[in-house]
Design a protein. Structure first.
Length: 150
């Protein structure tokens, strides 16, 4: 029963991350969205802002980490879960490692730039990872975005 409850919550929060990804797409950004949850409450919502800010580091995860830390009044996210629509890149995984986030949940894998291929040890040793939550929806959003770009 606990597993079903966690899966239901994971899907609920991933849908909120997908809403952020859609907001990114509408703004002309690569459609990646993220939310940070602490104590069953969303404390940060973010999406890619690299085009808007002219900043290659303005990934959804980086924006969410900053907003969550500000919300908590400290730099560590020890009791938090980050939900993100696409597997974090190496840069984001490193930042998540430094933040000591408790859990990372992502939708679609990123075979070209995902951290699991290039830096599988970047996350904090106590961070747990759940992959593939609403994977098809997350993947389809990215594929459709790039198909439209071509």
């Amino acid at each position: 029963m606990e597993k079903d409850n966690r899966q239901t919550k994971d899907e609920k929060y991933m849908r909120m991350a997908l809403a952020e990804a859609h907001a990114a797409q509408e703004a002309g950004e690569i459609p990646v969205g993220a939310v940070v949850v602490c104590g069953d409450r969303i404390i940060a919502r973010a999406h890619n802002l690299t085009e808007t800010l002219h900043d290659v580091t303005a990934h959804a995860e980086m924006q969410a980490i900053t907003a969550a830390a500000d919300s908590l009044g400290g730099k560590y996210l020890k009791d938090c879960t980050l939900y993100v629509t696409v597997e974090p890149c190496t840069m984001c995984a490193g930042a998540l490692g430094w933040s000591q986030v408790s859990r990372v949940v992502y939708g679609a894998p990123d075979d070209k730039r995902g951290y699991t291929q290039y830096a599988p040890s970047a996350l904090h040793t106590r961070t747990t990872v759940t992959a593939g939550v609403l994977e098809d929806e997350c993947r389809r959003l990215m594929q459709d975005f790039f198909k439209d770009k071509r």
